[in-house]
Design a protein around this ligand. Sequence first.
Ligand SMILES: [Fe+2]
Length: 273
Amino acid sequence: MKGFGLGLRPRHYEAILKSSPRVEWFEALSENYMVPGGRPLHYLTRIRERYPVVLHGVSLSVGSIDSLDRGYLAGLKALAARVEPEWISDHLCWTGVGGRNLHDLMPLPYTEEALRHVARRVRTVQDFLGRRILLENVSSYVAYRKSAMSEWDFLAALARDADCDILLDINNIYVSAFNHGFDPVEFLDGIPAARVRQIHLAGHDNCGDLIIDTHDAKVIGPVWDLYAQALQRFGPVPTMIERDDKIPPLGTLVLELDRARAISGNVLRKKAA
Ligand SMILES: [Fe+2]
């Protein structure tokens, strides 16, 4: 699948069906549609008739030490059979332990032990779903003293060991680089190009000494610049804008997506010259 997409949000359902916007695909949040019926699934089914769809989840908790949630995986597999997504993604994180959900995407300690643990779980998930999944780098505000490698080395090793793909969130790289003081380009340089299947772009809230990943604003200039550097390294990668709060009208997001198209066109033309 190629081109530029948007996160599918309920306030845009009707506008998408009425206006058939210039968008190549939509990313649906898996958990919103893992139900036997109802309005969201009705709209997703109609939109799927016109556009390719990918599924993006937040509940896999692939980094947790709790058992994988087999009920969740069965629901996801059933949804995938219905929607036939181009791919399924979730995050490289843990969201709870001891049965308690933190409702947040927590980073992992980047150790060999964690790598073996997560790789084993990713393989289990992929065997169950019968397909590779994409894992996304999260924004983080804390790190572990025990970490023995960088986040990008961990992600690259995981993709190799678990044979999974990568959803690269450029904003999350920028946010974590700011919060932890690393070079975001070093992150890009550490990621194997062949594994990068999708890119997320989003806005955030800069509080001065900390950036909070709010997904409620426009993509900022430095994140666009980092996106250009990512394309320089990875070539054409399906890209979407992810807005979760203060969601503007569909047309506004389509215009913001045009900027991604323009940057991508520029970078790839120069790269080919
Ligand atoms: Fe993201």
